[in-house]
Design a protein around this ligand. Structure first.
Ligand code: FAD
Length: 329
């Protein structure tokens, strides 16, 4: 049987204003697995301005090179510029695979990169398996109900991986070579300009990074109740908050909180769903959670089919009791 040819992977790191997004480690884990199977190597590329701490946080995960594109022209993640810088690196380094963890950032940048490289592109990959001298990819489709097994054409493959499918690897003392990437701002596309970022800091962790997520559904009647019950319970547990689309559509929660097929995909250790029915589109965003707790007054609610622990009752009665008990604990 043919052996897969040596791989040379390029992992695109994601960060928020200089703070590493831990979901990046899923891509690193995927790259490590491919290299273990093929004997290849991987590099990690960090783009931005003032990103030394991000590169430092990624040192010790087995990358051959940590490529640092640190330039004022990259201070905001504008996809046209980022894709152009990544394209140059992928070509210079003869990358055979370029990958990032599935997120709004990678969904913005990587399809543009694939177009620039004239490469094929896959999203939401859950496994990469050597197959003769090539690879077979598995990816989730239709809200997680179908696993597609896919071959990609072309010498270079661009894809995003599902964070839940690749656990963060341990850090070692072995350091990568840190390589500064020269960025010529005058050659970068300027089809998009950064205007402003309107952010309301919540002081809570991001749902894609948190160990615990407390999420609310249509049972919550307004944003005050959401903050009091969902936010209140989350704060007692040091958890992130999430929301079903029903609340986003009703203007009760911002769409940054939406979990599901058209929102964030999370896989925390514990997910507590408050007054959420468990529609398939919602489950697509949280069913890889280790332990699911559901509180719903309808014993027939579909979320109970996947919940590890279920409580039948009124969230307006149960959640204040939980918060009071946690206050005493
Ligand atoms: C293309 C497409 C994409 C979508 N993407 C998403 C997505 O990304 N995320 C998402 O969430 N949805 C998504 N949806 C919508 C999805 O189909 C559901 O409509 C939505 O998830 C329902 O939200 P919900 O569970 O909060 O509301 P409902 O389905 O109305 O459920 C509310 C639940 O609360 C319970 N309840 C009511 N009052 C109380 C109370 N006082 N105490 C306890 N329980 C109570 C009820 O028994 C019920 O089970 C999508 C739909 C489509 C068509």
């Amino acid at each position: 049987m043919n052996q897969p040819r040596l791989t040379n992977l390029l992992v695109i790191a994601e960060h928020d204003s200089g703070q590493l997004k831990l979901a990046t480690l899923a891509s690193v884990a995927c790259a490590q697995r491919v290299c273990a199977a093929t004997g290849g190597q991987f590099d990690i590329l960090v783009l931005g301005e003032g990103i030394g701490p991000v590169a430092e946080a990624l040192n010790g995960y087995g990358a051959a090179n940590l490529l640092v594109a640190d330039d004022a022209s990259l201070n905001h993640p504008l996809a046209d510029r980022y894709a152009a810088v990544i394209e140059t690196q992928a070509k210079t380094r003869n990358s055979t695979m370029v990958l990032g963890t599935a997120s709004t950032f990678s969904k913005d940048v990587l399809p543009r990169l694939a177009a620039l490289l004239d490469a094929s592109m896959l999203s939401d990959v859950t496994s990469v398996v050597p197959d003769g001298d090539d690879f077979t990819f598995e990816r989730v489709m239709f809200a997680g109900n179908v696993i597609a097994t896919v071959k990609m054409d072309g010498a270079i493959k661009v894809f995003t991986v599902r964070a839940a499918a690749f656990s963060a690897p341990p850090k070692s003392d072995q350091k990568s070579a840190v390589v500064a990437v020269n960025v010529d701002a005058s050659t970068l596309p300027k089809t998009a300009e950064f205007v402003s970022r309107d952010e309301k800091p919540s002081g809570r962790p991001d749902a894609t990074e948190a160990r615990i997520v407390v999420s609310g559904g249509r049972a919550l009647k307004n944003s005050e109740d959401f903050e009091r019950l969902v936010g209140g319970l989350a704060d007692k547990l040091g958890a992130a908050v999430g929301s079903s689309r029903a609340l986003v559509d009703a203007g009760i929660t911002p769409n940054t909180l939406q979990i599901g097929q058209t929102g964030k995909v999370v896989a925390p250790d514990l997910y507590i769903g408050l007054g959420i029915s468990g529609a398939i589109q919602h489950l697509a965003g949280m069913k890889d959670t280790k332990i699911i707790v559901a509180i719903n007054q309808d014993a027939e609610a579909p979320i109970f089919e996947i919940a590890d622990y279920g409580l039948i009752g009124d969230v307006y009665q149960i959640v204040p009791e939980m918060i009071a008990k946690l206050e005493k604990a």
